[in-house]
Design a protein around this ligand. Structure first.
Ligand code: GDP
Ligand code: IMO
Ligand code: MG
Length: 433
């Protein structure tokens, strides 16, 4: 079973795009299974930089790409992304298949989100304002509109009228201002439907037939496990299943067809938006990481909050996802540090634990217990072999792996695909084949 899942082990932006790009050539199809254009996956091809939002990163290597049923699609954003890629010669329409069961984001989803985020006396989640949450709300409430519905005009009109009525009632009840031209939106979406029609199919069937024919699938997670709606720092999460289980529900491929799960983690920790972050460093340490790591959001440009590697958090996400191996990215960002801190436990209510508490209140009251390791003060940027790493950097990685209890099978030492170390003899090496 050669199909593997690559996903974020922290709060997103771990470098999934780079890792998927690195591995894509060994696979036949790359598929997204959740999230939407809230994701921003950065990939360098030569000196060209791409930030993929909805389309799987593997498309840049000419691989067949699938947007699975678990993804929420803003057709305007999708068409923009297709145009951007077409401008540099990537023929997306030939390579991309879109699930007929994926749900559709409408402009009013963004407005509802804005109203909810800006409500008085509410702690904002700090979302990407893409309408992701409200679209998933409609999905779970069983009133959402799916891609297949867009393609059937009569059906679409009936479903749309009902959804629009719903939104108008909501807007009145919550006194949301702002004129929405529902007729114009309907017409625009009918045109969107025509534009994407040729790419739409039953992608679960497509993937399962490909697997039956011996093709290899790479599942590309968006966001990260700590943003997963069930396992993350609820309510400061996204609205989809970013963890490994989501790869199955979000693609229609069974767990029995998945051969491995790779977790991507930075050598430190970042988070964008609100919510608890036990190892956040609001002092000069965090500022240095932000500067060295260029930690600004790929989608919204917001400064990312920065802090130290969190062992209990990684143990938790390793368990939830069953990581076979961990990819540590951005090791080079720590090159200039005299000392590097690692959180090994949480002091909570007077005792030290490695259990991740369920509530934001408890997560916020955690006092991290740190181990301080000597920095390496030497360049790792661009290193391609384990042996080329300074001793202290190797010790740091060995320490993390021992603490988390999962091997580190791949180390990223720069944003470009060749700035990577694959550890010989690792489970990672055998999984990627
Ligand atoms: P994703 O959402 O998980 O794909 O990650 P993002 O693309 O949002 O953010 C990761 C950022 O780190 C991007 O700008 C990458 O180009 C960059 N990056 C990835 N790996 C490395 C690395 O090993 N070293 C450095 N310096 N940058 C990296
Ligand atoms: P990638 O795939 C980092 C965060 C937002 C906010 C919360 C909810 O690039 O790693 P949403 O708009 O999803 O309802 O926002 O989730 N968030 C991300 N943070 N990386 C992402 O994606 C994210 N997608 C959403 O900042 O805190
Ligand atoms: Mg990102």
């Amino acid at each position: 079973m050669n199909n593997i899942i690559i996903l974020g082990a922290q709060w997103g932006d771990e470098g999934k795009g780079k890792v998927v790009d690195l591995l894509a050539e060994r696979f036949d199809i790359v598929t997204r299974y959740q999230g939407g254009h809230n994701a921003g996956h950065t990939v360098f091809v030569g000196d060209r930089k791409f930030v993929l939002k909805l389309i799987p990163s593997g498309i840049l290597r000419g691989k067949k790409a699938v947007i699975g049923n678990g993804v929420v699609i803003d057709p305007g954003a999708l068409l923009d992304e297709i145009r951007t890629l077409a401008a540099v010669g990537i023929g997306v329409e030939r390579l991309l298949s879109i699930s007929n069961r994926a749900h559709v984001i409408f402009p009013f989803h963004r407005l509802v989100e804005g109203a909810s985020e800006n409500r008085e006396n509410r702690t904002a989640i700090g979302t990407t304002s893409r309408g992701i949450g409200p679209c998933y709300e409609d999905k779970i409430a069983r009133r959402g509109i799916r891609v297949a519905d867009l393609l059937d005009r009569t059906n679409f009109r009936a479903l749309y009228a009902s959804l629009a009525e719903d939104k108008q009632t909501f807007a009145r009840a919550f006194q949301i201002d702002g004129h929405i031209d529902y007729d114009r939106i309907r017409e625009e979406y009918e045109q969107f439907g025509e534009r994407i029609r040729g790419m739409v199919c039953d992608t679960s069937r497509l993937l399962n037939e490909a697997i039956r024919d011996g093709r290899r699938i790479l599942f590309e997670g968006a966001q990260g496990t700590m943003l997963d709606v069930d396992h993350g720092t609820y309510p400061f999460v996204t609205s989809s299943s970013a963890a490994a289980g989501g790869a199955c529900t979000g693609s229609g491929v069974a767990p029995t067809r998945i051969g491995g799960v790779l977790g991507v983690s930075k050598a430190y920790t970042t988070r964008v938006g609100g919510g608890p972050f036990p190892t956040e460093d609001n002092g000069p340490g965090g500022e240095r990481i932000r500067k060295a790591g260029k930690e600004f959001g790929a989608v919204t440009g917001r400064p990312r909050r920065c802090g130290w590697f969190d062992v209990p958090l990684l143990k938790y996400t390793a368990a939830v996802n069953g990581f076979d191996s961990i990819v540590v990215t951005k090791l080079d960002v720590l090159d200039e540090f005299d000392e590097v801190k690692v959180c090994t436990g949480y002091r909570l209510n007077g005792r030290v634990t490695d259990e991740v508490p369920a509530t934001s209140k408890e997560l916020e009251s955690i006092e991290p217990v740190y181990e301080t390791l000597r920095g390496w003060k030497a360049p790792t940027r661009g290193a391609t072999s384990h042996g080329a790493l300074p001793d202290a950097a190797r010790r740091y990685l060995d320490y993390l792996a021992a603490q988390v209890g999962v091997e580190i099978g791949c180390i990223s030492t720069g944003p470009e695909r060749n700035e990577t170390i694959i550890v010989p003899g690792s489970r990672f090496e055998s999984l990627i084949g």
